[in-house]
Each structure stands twice: as C-alpha cells, then as structure tokens.
Ligand binder design. Structure first.
Ligand code: SF4
Length: 376
C-alpha cells in the first residue's frame, strides 16, 4: 500500500491547542501562491517517489475546506496530473464544519473524494469558544447532514477529551450528540498541551482548569465504552470504526509502509528515510521559490530502529504485534515485556502481543519503556 498526504496549511483562525503548521493568512492570493508551490514540489517529488499507483490520498491540514470550489478543482487536477490514483483508492478530505456549503460538498464528490473527516472536537458551544474553534455545535450537525445528502457514506468525526472546564456530563453529552448523527468512524483524542500554544502558556500560568488525571481516565473510559456499545470496533489506540470503515490511509502509517507527504510540515517516509521538507508556511514558499530542495528535518532509520518502530506501531492496533515476526526483538526486550505483562499492561495470546485495556490507558508509558531499551 502507498499513500499520499497533502497538507493544506490554511485555517480561519488558530485553535488554542494547535501545534500544526498553519497560517491564518487565508486569502485567495495565498491559496494561489501555495498551489503554484505545491505543483513544483509534486514535480520534484515525482522523481524519487516512484510508485505506480496510489492506494490512498489524504487531504489534511490545516483546513482543506477553506479553499474555494475552484481552488479545490485546481488542487485535484494537480494531484491527478502528477500521480496515478488506483481505482477504488480511499480519498479522504478533512473538513471543518463552518467552512462547508452545498456547492463545496458536491464538488468533493465530483472530484472523487469518498471519505470525509469532520473536525467536531466538542458539541458544547462554550468549550468550542474556549478552544477558539471557528464553529458552533449546530454547524457540526448541518455539515454532517449536508455531506450525507450529497452521498458521502464514509464520514469520520473527531472528538477531543480532557478539554478545559469540561465535566464527565459534558463528555457524555458530546458522545450522545455524536452518536445521534451516526458517523461511520470516530477518532477520539485526549487534549495534548503543547508548550508553544495558547493552552501551553495558560496552563503554565495555572490560569485554566484542565481535568485532573483521574477525571481524564474516566472520560477516556466513558468514550471507549460508549463507542463500543454503539457498535464501533476499537481498532487502533485513538480510532473506532463501524465494520469495514477502518481508515486505509492511517493503516499505512501503522504498518510502517511508505508514504509521501507534500506541503509544509508534512512528513514523508521513503526508502528508510523519514523527512520533512519545510517546517513553516513561509519557509515552504521561500525554499521552493529559490529551488532549495534540502530537507528541513530528516532521519535515516537503520534496520534496528525500523523494527522497533514497526513493533510499537503494531502495538497501537487491535490485532497487536505478531510475536513470530518480532521474535528476535522481543527476546532482547524479554525482561521488560515480562514486567509489563506482570503489570497487566501487555498480554500475549494466539501468537500476538497486545496492549491490555489498562495498557491502552498508559500506552505512552509502555512505548517509552520499550523504546528506551533499544535507545530508540
Ligand atoms: S483547525 Fe486544526 S489545523 Fe487549524 S488551527 Fe485548528 S487545530 Fe490547527
């Protein structure tokens, strides 16, 4: 499987928790400059990303849906001109609820998108304002219904837990409203407070009440049990799908397979090398203007690193890791794996090793312990 990710760096405004590469200089002039630069990057990338056909295409960001219908047509034309997309490929587009209208929704269908990821995040207006999100709860329902109306039968909703000022009842309410819409896939994240964000500085100054650890665990357990009861399969640490609606694009990441990332801040993983071309929107435009194709970040994964990474990624999934495939790595980690099994964080059965329910709550601790062993 091979995938292409295209990062659209524009947003209406910046959310207080956002650590992505985005700009709020969101005008048609900027969109045109970006599309021009993107085409040059596609031409350059085509030389080393020699794939016959793409299995998946993912337009993320940022907010791809802030681009107009005409700009979106140009974007799809560029992609189709420079890459071959397999028949039946999964084509996902991220959408923010306030930026969708009927014309745009119909256009995504016409362009071939067959999966939508809609950024709901919360169904509580007060929380959405606190996050500096540009939408209200009613926009989520409106855009969801619009997407169904034009024929999208594969819609994912994102929800963030552990948000400032939220109670367990608020989470219950958001989950109920999400389920009323009837999505096919749900991504359930916990808020991560990154230092260089508004929340990072508020939290440092102790100015905002974020849920304490016990409440965070309760929220996560509530989210998991509610979605499972509603028929979703918890197929990856953060992701839940109705049968047959698992994300194929993300599967490429979890299986540690190759992908190309275009646009600022996008990572690629090709021939054992992980790299990012440009770390900011302006750097991206300037480097392409100058014809400077050096990478801003790059790392070569040797066989050991790749194996550890593949093992940890496999542990994120419902299937877990194949103990036969990772036999020699697991031998080197034997003592620590036994220790994690004794703490009921990992369990081995039927030739697979998996995170237990408890291990899923402390997954980062498990990953840190296993990766520290090999100096990853
Ligand atoms: S919409 Fe997404 S990418 Fe844009 S500012 Fe908010 S979190 Fe960041």
């Amino acid at each position: 499987m091979t995938g292409l990710y295209v990062h659209i760096p524009f947003c209406a405004k910046k959310c207080h928790y956002c650590n992505f590469v985005v700009t709020t200089a969101n005008t048609s002039v900027n969109h045109a400059a970006f599309l021009g630069a993107l085409e040059k990057q596609m031409i350059f990338a085509g030389d080393f990303f020699q794939t016959s056909e793409l299995d998946t295409l993912y337009l993320g960001g940022g907010t791809p849906s802030v681009m107009s219908k005409e700009e979106t047509i140009i974007l799809f034309d560029l992609i189709k001109r420079h890459f071959r997309i397999k028949n039946g490929a999964e084509i996902t587009c991220e959408i923010n609820p306030e930026s969708l209208d009927l014309e745009k929704a119909e256009n995504y269908r016409r362009m071939g998108a067959n999966r939508i990821s809609l950024g709901a995040q919360s169904f509580r207006d007060e929380t959405l304002k606190r996050l500096n999100r540009p939408h209200a709860a009613k926009d989520i329902a409106n855009s969801f219904q619009l997407l169904r109306k034009v024929g999208f039968d594969n819609i994912s909703l994102d929800l963030i837990l552990s948000l400032p000022g939220e109670t367990l009842d608020d989470v219950k309410n958001s989950l109920n409203r999400l389920l009323e819409l009837g999505p096919d896939h749900v991504s359930l994240y916990e808020l991560t407070i990154e230092p260089k964000t508004v929340f990072g500085s508020l939290s440092k100054k102790g100015k905002w009440a974020f849920p304490d650890e016990d409440l965070q665990v309760e929220m996560l357990l509530l989210g998991r049990s509610t979605l499972k009861k509603a028929g979703f399969r918890h197929y990856e640490l953060l992701n839940y799908a109705k049968p047959g609606f698992e994300s194929r694009h993300n599967r490429i990441y979890w299986d540690n397979q190759e992908y190309l990332g275009l646009g600022p801040g996008a990572f690629s993983y090709i021939k054992g090398q992980r790299f990012m071309f440009a770390a900011s929107y302006l750097d991206y435009l300037q480097k392409i203007e100058k014809g400077d194709w050096s990478n801003s970040e790059e790392e070569t994964l040797d066989a050991e690193k790749k194996e550890v990474e593949s093992f940890l990624l496999a542990l994120r999934t419902y299937e877990g890791a194949d103990t036969g495939r990772f036999h020699s790595l697991m031998e080197r980690m034997e003592e620590n794996i036994q220790n994690l099994e004794a703490k009921e964080l990992l369990a081995s059965t039927g030739g697979r090793i998996r995170l237990t329910n408890r291990g899923q709550l402390f997954a980062e601790t498990v990953f840190a312990e296993l990766s520290s062993l090999t100096g990853r």
